[in-house]
Design a protein around this ligand. Sequence first.
Ligand SMILES: [Zn+2]
Length: 469
Amino acid sequence: MTWEPVIGLEIHVQLKTRTKMFCRCPAGFGAGENTQTCPVCLGLPGALPVMNRRAIEWTVLLGLALGCEIPGQAVFSRKNYFYPDLPKGYQISQYDMPSCINGSLLLPTAEGDRVIGIVRAHLEEDAAKTVHIGGHSGRIGGADISLVDYNRGGTPLVEIVTAPDIRSADEAKRFLQLLRQTVVELGISDAEMEKGTLRVDANVSVRPSGSVELRTRTEIKNMNSFNFIARGVDAEVERQIGVWESGGEVRQETYDFDAAHGKLTARRAKEEADDYRYFPEPDLVPVEPSRELVERLRSELPELPATRIRRIETALGLDRATVLVTGGLDRLWEGTVTAGADPVASANVIANAVVGAGVEIGAVEPAELARLVEARERIPRAAFDDAIAKVGDSGFTADSYLAQETVSNIAELEPIVDAILGANPGQVQAYRGGKEGLLGFFVGEVMKETQGKANARVVSELLRSKLSG
Ligand SMILES: [Zn+2]
């Protein structure tokens, strides 16, 4: 019997509004602990929340990008629980009437678009950040000291819940890359996992291939990169298959994934929604976005990443198109191609050399990059890499770079190098047989011939490429 993974994701995206969700405290990183707080986000008696208009608009914008319906009314509720990260004793969140429902994201694959359902996207406030020191697990149980930073408390957070439509760890990763790029391009969040502005939990179950049943699922938390998510999901799928095949039963549990050891650790029995005693927040009116607002936001949507992957796939193939778009590189690629460079060569240079050199993508002039892409076969590899590293510098022009002596010398040097290699067949053979120390001999011969005028670095590079060919 073969098994099919059934995966759903819950994604938290921290919005980069200037202020918090229900008060005017600044939202963001870097300030001293507990310096960005006020009576509202500390939950002091008598303090009243006021909604952040921009956070609501951005949630609607995201919902529209995910093909969601935007109901005429959304309601904030209180989700009651006790923990030090929540001074009010409840979190304000949307429960049965969220801002966005019934959407989908199309994931381009080789077999066509996979439709990943979006059950809902709702707005809530983030909890404070807790740090547990001492003990083994980094969790509150067993810790010597627990610290709380309330700066993060009350920051706007959108939770996106997918349908259990994802069928493999790799698909989960590709979905997240696409979703992340969509969020970043909307300009509503940095969506960086390392900073915690994008957080992902995965719900995982397995079933016999071909069946449509939904078996008991588990939840995996604490995965702070897309690769860890893929590994955590794979590990859990394997564990569940083992449980079913040995005649056991998967229990509803929450696991932490320890990426360093590839290990899953059970956390606690999962709460049911009833445990939180949700009820409508009496201090806030329902959110009723006007149809004009929704249509205005819809008209402002940019061309979305999934659409662009499909558009440029014909020129590049799906994998290259996906890498460019989810890496935020396709606009530079398009500019470079428009400026006359070969599409596939441009894609490879951008995804490998330009990204590898750490060049700031937005600073690159596409026409200059196009000239380098065209010139790459004519100049030594070292000179090409050097040019790519500088392509984002202000004032860089490919023409002036390529006109430099070191580069133009190559045309003059090449016949000299060829002649010297031709005159020393024994040394060439020995070099190719592994005596690479002979490179110095060849460089010396070229220098003698040019009376020391050639650039030694360029000579070495040229010799290496000839000798390896
Ligand atoms: Zn505040």
